[in-house]
Design a protein around this ligand. Structure first.
Ligand SMILES: [Zn+2]
Length: 112
């Protein structure tokens, strides 16, 4: 796998709970360059749609709660280095905190 770049934790406004989170549809309809601000990480130079991992923001930057939860589950089986996992976990933990949600124990273990 190419070098992985993990996006640092960042504050974001919360998307409405009424937003339907259809990861594939949302990722498919945005320009590739927008994915950088929507995902947890990308491999290589992030030029291709499939370089991106863990979308959880809308293209307007708002964070989607269901997307955060899905990303946290994905981290359990993702085959990347422990360092990359830890950094992705820290990004997600930031969103759990800003949304006032309790992070799952496995995520807390990952970021230690
Ligand atoms: Zn984020």
């Amino acid at each position: 796998m190419d070098r992985l770049t993990v996006m640092p934790p960042h504050p974001a406004l919360k998307a409405s709970n009424r937003v339907l989170w259809n990861r594939r549809a949302i990722v498919a309809r945005v320009q590739v360059k927008r994915l950088r601000s929507m995902c947890l990480a990308f491999s290589g130079r992030g030029r291709k749609r499939y370089d991106y991992l863990g979308p959880h923001h809308l293209s307007n930057g708002k964070v989607v709660w269901k997307g955060v939860v899905a990303c946290a589950k994905m981290l359990n089986w993702l085959k990347v280095s422990d360092t990359a996992k830890k950094r992705m976990g820290q990004h997600l933990l930031g969103h759990y905190r800003q949304l006032g949600k309790k992070a799952p124990d496995r995520l807390m273990e990952m970021v230690k």
